[in-house]
Design a protein around this ligand. Structure first.
Ligand SMILES: [Zn+2]
Length: 117
């Protein structure tokens, strides 16, 4: 199966939209690390030096950290999918090399493996 250009463009714009949304959400709780696109570091907000402030900071930080990790994972998948589009390897299962069905890609454009895998 070869995806036609129109379908690819549609999937690409979905991916780009998701990417923007994720970057916006990540930007609220983390700052980008320069080294690699899509790499973020959770910001540690300093509220104050009181014991209570410190506890709140740590709570907030661990909450942000887990959110950040899942957003970042998703963002990496999207960047990976976009780079596959560039290379022309998009839509192939990373595990068995078969084509990923179009319906699956439309439901989840950053899917990396087919349903069987
Ligand atoms: Zn597969």
């Amino acid at each position: 199966m070869t995806l036609d250009k129109k379908t690819l463009d549609e999937l690409k714009s979905v991916l780009l939209g998701e990417k923007m949304e994720l970057e916006k959400n990540l930007g609220r709780i983390a700052k980008p690390v320069d080294v690699k696109e899509g790499d973020y570091e959770t910001s540690f907000e300093t509220l104050g030096t009181d014991k209570d402030d410190n506890a709140t900071e740590v709570d907030q930080y661990s909450q942000n950290l887990s959110v950040e990790t899942s957003l970042e994972k998703k963002l990496q998948e999207i960047i990976e999918a976009l780079s596959k589009m560039e290379k022309g390897t998009y839509g192939k299962c990373e595990n068995c090399g078969k084509d990923i069905p179009l319906e699956r890609l439309q439901a989840n454009p950053s899917a990396r493996v087919c349903l069987d895998c």
